[in-house]
Structure formats: C-alpha cells, structure tokens
Design a protein around this ligand. Structure first.
Ligand code: ATP
Ligand code: FE
Length: 372
C-alpha cells in the first residue's frame, strides 16, 4: 500500500509518500515564511496564490524523493478541512487531478485527526482509546479518541489557541519570526526568568477542560507597553543588553503561564478520561506547539504523574506536514473509508466538498454540566 498525502489547509504546502506499514518514503514542505513576516499572519488570498505556485513542485518532489510514480500509488489522501477554503481547494484540486488521471481512490482527511493519528505511525503500540491534546496555531483541543473518526471533545479554546499567543507575543517582542514565532519565543525564553513577570493563569475559576489564551496575550502586550520598550520598531537583534533581558523575562514568564494553563486542563482531562475509559495508557500531544521542548517536558510530567505514557511525535511531524495526511489516509483506506476516483469528465472548476469548519467529534456535555 502506497499513499500520497497532500496538505494545504493553512500556510504550508506539504506532500509526502508513506507506505502502508508506516515507512516514510518522502516528505516535502514549502513554507510561506516571507508572507507571514510581511503580512503578520495568513492572508487567505496570498496564501492561496503561494499554494498554487508551490503545489505542483511539492507533489512532484514528494514522488521523486520516494522514487515512485503516480502509477505506483494505491490512493491519494488530502486535507478537506478544517482550514481556509481558498487554501484547501488548491490541495483538493491537485489531489483530484491526480486521482482522475490515474484512476485512484481519494481519502478526505480531517487536519486535526491527522495531527492526532500521526502518533500511531510513530508508536505502533498505540491503540484506541487514548487521550490527545492537539495544540497549534488555530486549535487547542483535548479529545478522547475512541476509534478512527470517533472522538469526544473534552475541551477547546473559548478564544485563541496557544500557538496564536506564541506567534503574537513573539512579534510584539520584536523577534525574528521567519522560522515561526513559537520557536523564536521558546529560544529567547531560555535566557529569561520565568517568575519575573506576574501573569495570571487563565480560567482557574472554571472547573472544566476548556482553554483561553486571548487574556494572556493581552497581558503580554501590556507588560511590553508598561516597560516602555518599543519592540515594534526595534528588533531584538539591535536591543540593548538590559532591553533584551526584559524581553527574555517576559517571554519566559509568558511561556511558564501558557504551559501551566495546559498542565492544569490536561490534569483534569486525564481524570475525566480515565473515568470514562479506565484502560487508557497513552497521552498524545501533537500539533505545532508540541514541538516545543518546554511544553513536552511539562506535559510528560503530567503523563507520568498519572501513570500514562506520553507520545509526542518528533517536531517535524508535529508541525503541518504531508506525512500525517498520508498516514491518516492509510488508516481510513484500510478501514474501507474512501471515495471512488473522480469521474473522467469531472470539470476543473468543480465545487468541491470542502469542510472549512469541521468539528473533531462530538462535545462532551456531561463534563460541562458536572463542572458547574
Ligand atoms: P491548525 O493545525 O490549528 O490548523 P496550523 O496548521 O497553522 O494550525 P501547525 O503547523 O500545526 O498549525 O502549528 C503551527 C503553530 O505551532 C504556530 O502557531 C507556531 O508558532 C507553533 N509552534 C511551532 N513550533 C513551536 C515551538 N517550538 N514553540 C511554540 N510554538 C510553536
Ligand atoms: Fe496544523
């Protein structure tokens, strides 16, 4: 079994070829770093153009690196949501074009399920059910994974995701965000005192598993302004030593509280999950922010404390990639969940079935009401 995976839901154009047994034959990612720096975020129209420019080369390179041709593939997997419609469309269009020409089945993949399931490629012993924390630029999800396509959502963010808070804070601190705001802030935080700035931990009065990062983001903004460091104009590279130390302290303090918030909610989620499924052995942490070493260390402590094993994919499989799409495609394909090849006369300008907003499983309501 040989699966091509295509991912274009946000700002990365990615493709990979993965074998049925989980062997990664190739992995290609083209990022829109320049656009992100210039526009301060993902501008859908720009992102769509960048995807359109990159997609053919990225897919071709994935095939070439894997030393296979389209004819060798068993099927094509592609992200159909959640994400930006304009961007999703580029990947789905490409996937259907290949599937149409080479008569291949198509597997439509949920981006967040892929972030979760790539952990099963990494750890072959990882069976359902398991608990997963998915932390990225747009999502902050705690889910109980019962099976393929079967998730119960224990918690989500009521405003921003943690990755968004990292990205904005990094920008405000004047960091070089070309390789991403998260990694830059994590690096600077190493030089800072995590107790220097007193940020308050979000949502402590709410005894549930939801998250909130908008307030913490604002606290960072205020901390920067009150210290009179005009970080918007002065990049960290030209800051004085004292100024750099102040910024590092803010970064470290932000990170401490941002992750403490994760820890508190995860501890509660573990308790909820074990009540529902006492057989759970694994705690999966994935999504871009899971590539952060501080995050990994602290969530490992939560896992160990509760007798669970942490499974955190290697960083390049945590951030957006084609491997997780191909692998999730494989899991669904084996389970018989795929679509037939597109009709030979399918028009190029067809309206595809995209799912820009696509919840991952149902909400856990009992926990909500029990927590009041
Ligand atoms: P989503 O998965 O919600 O659709 P996305 O696909 O854009 O969002 P990912 O690629 O999964 O997100 O993750 C990107 C996010 O991860 C960004 O917010 C980025 O700053 C963050 N991130 C990446 N590396 C780190 C790190 N070392 N520390 C903190 N955050 C990080
Ligand atoms: Fe993602």
């Amino acid at each position: 079994l040989l699966m091509l995976g295509i991912e274009t839901s946000c700002d990365d154009t990615a493709a990979a070829v993965v074998r049925g047994d989980g062997e990664i034959l190739s992995q290609v990612v083209s990022s829109q770093e320049d656009l992100l720096v210039r526009w301060g975020g993902v501008a859908p129209k720009m992102a769509e153009e960048a995807h359109s420019l990159a997609i053919d080369q990225v897919v071709q390179k994935a095939l070439d690196d894997a030393n296979v041709s389209e004819n060798d593939l068993s099927a094509v997997a592609v992200t159909v949501g959640p994400g930006l419609s304009l961007c999703l469309r580029v990947g789905v269009h490409k996937a259907r074009k290949i599937a149409k020409s080479f008569r291949l089945p198509i597997v439509g993949v949920h981006h967040m399920e892929a972030h979760a399931l790539v952990s099963r490629l990494v750890n072959k012993d990882l069976d359902f059910p398991f608990l997963a924390l998915l932390i990225s630029g747009g999502h902050n999800l705690l889910v109980l994974a019962h099976g393929l396509g079967q998730y119960v959502q224990l918690g989500t963010t009521i405003d921003d995701a943690i990755g968004e808070a990292y990205d904005k804070s990094a920008r405000w601190l004047g960091l070089d965000i070309r390789k991403g705001g998260g990694p830059a802030l994590e690096q600077l935080a190493l030089e800072g005192d995590p107790n220097a700035v007193k940020f308050s931990v979000p949502m402590r009065q709410h005894k549930d598993c939801n998250f909130s990062y908008a307030g913490l983001k604002t606290q960072v903004r205020l901390a920067i302004e009150s210290r009179n460091i005009s970080t918007d104009d002065i990049p960290i590279s030209s800051a004085t030593r004292d100024d750099r130390q102040i910024r590092a302290n803010i970064a470290a303090s932000f990170q401490r509280v941002a992750v403490l918030h994760l820890e508190e909610r995860c501890q509660r989620a573990v308790e909820w999950a074990l009540k529902m499924e006492p057989s759970i052995k694994y705690f999966v942490v994935s999504g871009g922010v899971a590539s952060n070493q501080y995050v990994r260390t602290h969530l490992n402590q939560i896992a160990e404390k509760n007798g669970l094993q942490l499974v955190c994919p290697p960083p390049r499989l945590c951030t957006d990639n084609g491997v997780m799409i191909a692998w999730t495609g494989i899991e669904h394909f084996i389970a018989g969940r795929f679509d037939d090849p597109p009709a030979v006369d399918e028009p190029d300008d067809m309206q595809y079935d995209l799912r820009p907003r696509w919840p991952l499983g149902e909400e856990y309501s009992e926990g909500r009401s029990a927590s009041r």
